[in-house]
Ligand binder design. Structure first.
Ligand code: AP5
Ligand code: MG
Ligand code: ZN
Length: 213
């Protein structure tokens, strides 16, 4: 399966990407996680993108496309991938389309998960993420078995720096301005599937599976 997940911050892209990747035994590629890792490791790219992430602004298209071409050229992506958070601008979508044509890969579907702004803010401000494996939790909606500890790898859970309310509201504005135009872009290509994100995570997952069979 070659799937793109689109949605505002807090829609549950990461939560669903994790389930879909396990279900199809396919790699999950999350641009946000790749950038956060680079920032943590202080790589040249990390230093370049840190300011954008902290402000909740988008990283420039050329940096994103360079990173993704390298990542998607990996042998693990030959038979499929779940893209979580990429593309996010029409420029990135065009770059991806050109690259897929060149490599003779075909997308199966583009899934848009939608939630209203206040729900997104509620979800993000309660989110905690595993610093090691990236698994996502929510203090109220998806608590870990043991406070502050990842169920899967027992590492510490942390809060993202861009998850304070002011930055989240800015990320939502950026989504509306830069990413929403992708809905028409993929509708024109008959790839779009829309899912109501205001259901339990397991229900969202079932809906996605039923739409992309
Ligand atoms: P990124 O890491 O992709 O952040 P985002 O798009 O803002 O989305 P989030 O990760 O915040 O939300 P999500 O939809 O994954 O929700 P989650 O599943 O965690 O990007 C971060 C930054 O990196 C960007 O701001 C930008 O600077 C840069 N960047 C990344 N990609 C880029 C690109 N392509 N171009 C340019 N810049 C880029 O769920 C949220 C919470 O809700 C969790 O706590 C979860 O447990 C809970 N939850 C999930 N589903 C449900 C449910 N159904 N019911 C109740 N709770 C739920
Ligand atoms: Mg995410
Ligand atoms: Zn973990």
């Amino acid at each position: 399966m070659k799937i793109i997940l689109i949605g505002p911050p807090g829609a549950g892209k990461g939560t669903q990407a994790e389930k879909l990747a396990t279900h199809w035994k396919t790699p999950r590629i999350t641009t946000g996680d790749l950038f956060r890792q680079a920032v943590q490791n202080k790589t040249p790219m990390g230093l370049q993108v840190q300011g954008f992430l902290e402000k909740g602004a988008l990283v420039p298209d050329d940096v994103v496309l360079g990173l993704m071409q390298e990542r998607m050229s990996g042998p693990d992506c030959k038979s499929g991938f779940i893209l979580d958070g990429f593309p996010r601008t029409v420029g990135q979508a065009i770059g991806l389309e050109t690259w897929l044509k060149k490599t003779e890969m075909v997308l199966d579907a583009v899934v848009v998960i939608d939630v209203p702004e206040e729900e997104a803010v509620r979800r993000i401000t309660g989110r905690r993420q595993c610093g090691a494996c990236g698994s996502t939790y929510h203090l109220q909606f998806q608590p870990p078995r043991q406070d502050g500890i990842c169920d899967k790898c027992k590492s510490l859970l942390v809060q993202r720096k861009d998850d304070e309310e002011k930055t989240v509201r800015h990320r939502l504005k950026v989504y509306a301005g830069e990413t929403l135009p992708l809905i028409d872009f993929y509708k024109q290509r008959h790839l779009l599937r829309q899912v109501d994100g205001v259901q339990k995570p397991a229900e969202v997952f079932q809906t996605i599976c039923s739409l992309i069979k």
